[in-house]
Design a binder for this molecule. Structure first.
Ligand code: KG4
Ligand code: ZN
Length: 334
C-alpha cells in the first residue's frame, strides 16, 4: 500500500497547529503557535480574541508546516481537522480552512474529535494495543474509558462538575499564579510539602470524578486564612492540592484495573504533562503489571499531530465528511 500523508489542522482552543502525519504514526512536520501569552493577561482564554488570532495565524502555520516537510498540498492523501469539542469560533477557523483546502485540492475531508485526538497522540509513540483503559485529563474533560478497538469506546465514568485541568487553573488563580495554572501549580508544588488536608473528591466505588468540592475547599482555606491574617504557604497548598487531585485519578484507575483486568493504560490530555501524575501512574501500573503509555510533552498538550494520528483509522475506513461539516462545542467521545 502507498504511504498515507494526512495534513491535520487543530484550532479548538488557544493553539493554532498543523501537522503532516505519515501512516498515522510518523510526524513529518508539526507547526504550533500558541496564544497563551495573550490570554495570560486576562487570566484565561478569551474566545473572541482566540478566534481572531487563529484567523491571523492559520495561513502562516500552513506555510511553515509544508515548508518544514518539503511537501505540497498536492502530496497529501487527505485533510483532517478538529471539529469538536472546543470554542466555537476557534473551531470554525480550522474547519473552514480544512474545507477550502479539501475542495480546492480534491482531497477527502476527515473530521476528528479533539479528545479522541489526545488518545491517538499515543500512536505517535508506539502503536496502541487493545483493549486498553484511556484516562482523559484536560482543561475541559476528565473521563475514564475502555477502548476495545480503534474508535470503539465504553465510558466508565466522567467528572460530575469541573474538569481536573479547570481545577488546576482556578486554584492557580486563587493563589496568584498566572494562566495556564497547571504547569505553574506543578512548578510551585515541587518546592512544597503536603501539609493542608483537603477533602477526597469522590470517595466511592464509582468511576465518577468531582473537582468542584476540592477547588472550593482551597478557595475557602485561602479566604479563611487571609481573614485571620495568617500566612498561606503557597508551595505547600499547591502540593496538597496537586496530591489530592491526582490521587483521585489514581484511585479510579486502580478500581478499573481491579474490575476489568485490562493491563494497559493510556493517559491523554494536557494534564498528562504533569510529572507527579506520571510517577503515580507508573507506580500503579507496576503494581498491576500493566503497561503505561503517556505521550511526550509536545504531544500531550494541544497539537495537530495527534489529529493526524486519529484521522488515520478513519481514512482507512473511508469515513469522510462532506462540505456541510460544522463545528460542535460540546460533542463528547460517546
Ligand atoms: O489538553 P489541553 O492542552 O487543552 C484542552 O483540551 O483542554 O489541556 C489544558 C489543561 C489546562 O487546564 C492546563 O492547566 C493543564 O492542561 N495542564 C497541566 C499541566 N500542563 C497543562 N495540569 C497539571 N500539570 C501540568 N504540568
Ligand atoms: Zn486538548
Amino acid at each position: 500500500m502507498n504511504d498515507i500523508y494526512i495534513l491535520a489542522i487543530e484550532s479548538s482552543c488557544d493553539e493554532t497547529s498543523m501537522a503532516i502525519v505519515k501512516n498515522g504514526c510518523e510526524v513529518i512536520s508539526l507547526s504550533i503557535t500558541t496564544q497563551m501569552f495573550t490570554h495570560a493577561k486576562y487570566g484565561g482564554v478569551v474566545p473572541e480574541i482566540a478566534s481572531r488570532m487563529h484567523t491571523e495565524a492559520i495561513t502562516y502555520v500552513l506555510e511553515d508546516c509544508l515548508e518544514k516537510a518539503h511537501m505540497k498540498i498536492e502530496d497529501m492523501s487527505a485533510i483532517a481537522v478538529t471539529y469538536a469539542p472546543g470554542l466555537t469560533g476557534s473551531l470554525m477557523v480550522g474547519v473552514e480552512a480544512a474545507k477550502i483546502l479539501a475542495l480546492m485540492y480534491h482531497k477527502p475531508l476527515i473530521a476528528v474529535n479533539h479528545l479522541i485526538g489526545h488518545i491517538y497522540a499515543n500512536n505517535l509513540e508506539s502503536k496502541m494495543e487493545f483493549p486498553l483503559l484511556a484516562l482523559i485529563v484536560s482543561g475541559g474533560h476528565t473521563e475514564l474509558l475502555i477502548m476495545e478497538d480503534d474508535y470503539k469506546f465504553i465510558k466508565l465514568g466522567e467528572t460530575m462538575d469541573d474538569a481536573i485541568g479547570e481545577a488546576f487553573d482556578k486554584v492557580a488563580r486563587v493563589i496568584g499564579l498566572p494562566y495556564p495554572g497547571g504547569p505553574n501549580i506543578e512548578k510551585l508544588a515541587k518546592e512544597g510539602v503536603h501539609t493542608y488536608s483537603l477533602p477526597i473528591p469522590v470517595n466511592d466505588n464509582t468511576y465518577n470524578f468531582s473537582y468542584s468540592g476540592l477547588k472550593s475547599a482551597v478557595i475557602n482555606l485561602v479566604h479563611n486564612e487571609t481573614q485571620r491574617k495568617k500566612e498561606i504557604r503557597k508551595e505547600d497548598l499547591a502540593k496538597s492540592f496537586q496530591d489530592a487531585a491526582i490521587d483521585e485519578l489514581v484511585r479510579k484507575v486502580e478500581l478499573a484495573f481491579k474490575n476489568t483486568g485490562i493491563k494497559r493504560l493510556v493517559v491523554a490530555g494536557g494534564v498528562s504533562a504533569n510529572e507527579y501524575l506520571k510517577s503515580e501512574m507508573n507506580k500503579l501500573c507496576h503494581k498491576y503489571d500493566a503497561t503505561l503509555l503517556i505521550p511526550r510533552m509536545l504531544y500531550c498538550t494541544d497539537n495537530a499531530a495527534m489529529i493526524g494520528a486519529a484521522a488515520y483509522p478513519k481514512y482507512l475506513k473511508k469515513e469522510f465528511s462532506d462540505y456541510s461539516l460544522n463545528v460542535s462545542s460540546s460533542e463528547d467521545i460517546i
